[in-house]
Ligand binder design. Structure first.
Ligand code: PMP
Length: 358
């Protein structure tokens, strides 16, 4: 029995893809082995890796002057890799602070360069995106880093910042949820465990001209140029995660690509926010202009009801709705693999719970 899974990450994966991986588990493509049991340097695995990159390029329409890297260490590894590769010693970089993940990225970058907080949403308790006109950008900054979607706070940018410095975006919880214009970005990175596949993989999409100037002492596994030159196989990659990501990319293509995902994701988010807003019971604290399509936090009128809500949800097969420990309350994550039926079931449960406890 499959439940409706609203986990923030690792998160729900498409059932079709799980079933395919299951069917191929012990005898992959007639090899008599699983894909996990073959060399990453074998021709069959190189084909898997190259096909995954080609499909990702097609889905996101990645221009030819961008390199796609399949790395390890998660998005957290990139918090350090980005300054190591893009910010020469002594340089300054700009960061927008819009929540818990921005903050972590900032903390890591401070080990490497002068970090300017160009805009800070802490004053709003991270419920909004500071207006573009208020940002204090550094002339000559090596890059501007931001988090288009804050997974914990459920705060999302409704626009792509227009700035002079190369734009660096942590898309861990929004990549592949809709089409984007990759050419607007210097670097995009995303941990895999939400919209891409199992954890263990981090995708980096970087404009070619930005690589090759890593600071001295950058470990080779973190050096974009070294990783790119070796086809992301400088060492043993997480082969199963890469294979699985490739299956997810095929699934996305079969189901209409990112334009279709955008429509589904918009409908899912609209339904859930409408349920919250019209209930007179639940509340989403985020500025409506910055509400996330992917992560929807909401609170009940009395935290004493949280336990009953979660227990009732579990019995209804609605799982992983507990909010992040930093903000409490509830959070429903609505990544690509979460269906509109799942959101309808959640909405019905929420309205029924509100009727009983309101
Ligand atoms: N950035 C964002 C926006 C995230 O949501 C997460 C994980 N939830 C991370 C970074 C950290 O990712 P990882 O665990 O892959 O290091």
């Amino acid at each position: 029995m499959r439940v409706f899974n609203f986990a923030a990450g690792p998160a729900a994966l498409p059932l079709e893809v799980l079933e395919q991986a299951r069917d191929e588990m012990t005898d992959w493509r007639g090899s008599g082995m699983s894909v996990m049991e073959i060399s990453h340097r074998s021709k069959p695995f190189i084909d898997v890796a190259e096909q995954a990159e080609a499909d990702l390029r097609e889905l996101l329409a990645i221009p030819g002057n961008y390199r796609v890297l399949f790395m390890q260490g998660g998005a957290t590894g990139q918090f350090a890799a980005i300054p190591m590769n893009l910010a020469p010693a002594g340089s300054s970089v700009d960061y927008l602070n819009t929540g818990a993940w921005s903050k972590k990225a900032i903390g890591e970058a401070r080990h490497y360069c002068n970090v300017n907080i160009a805009a800070d949403a802490a004053g709003s308790n991270y419920t909004t995106v500071p207006a573009r006109g208020e940002w204090k950008l550094t002339p000559g900054a090596a890059y501007l880093h931001y988090t288009p979607n804050e997974t914990i706070g459920g705060v999302e940018f409704a626009f792509v910042p227009q700035v002079d410095a190369p734009l660096v975006a942590d898309m861990s919880s929004t990549i592949l949820s809709r089409p984007i214009d990759v050419s607007r970005f210097g670097l995009i990175y995303a941990g895999a465990q939400k919209n891409i596949g199992p954890s263990g993989l981090c995708v980096v999409i970087v404009r070619e001209e930005l690589i090759g100037q890593a600071r001295a002492g950058t470990p080779s596994v973190w050096n974009y140029k070294a990783v790119a030159d070796d086809g992301s196989m400088l060492n043993t990659p997480p082969t199963f995660a890469w294979y699985f990501a490739g299956l997810v990319f095929k699934w996305l293509k079969r189901h209409g690509g990112l334009a279709a995902m955008a429509e589904r994701n918009r409908a899912k988010a609209q339904l859930l926010y409408a349920t919250i807003d019209q209930s007179g019971f639940y509340r989403n604290p985020v500025d409506p202009a910055c509400r996330s399509w992917m992560n929807v936090p909401f609170i009940l009128p009395d935290a004493a009801l949280d336990k009953a809500f979660l227990a009732g949800a579990d019995s209804a097969g609605l799982m992983n709705l507990k909010g992040h420990r930093l903000v409490g309350g509830m959070r429903a994550s609505l990544y690509n693999a979460t269906s509109i039926e799942a959101v309808r079931a959640l909405s019905e449960f929420m309205l029924e719970f509100a009727r009983r406890h309101g």
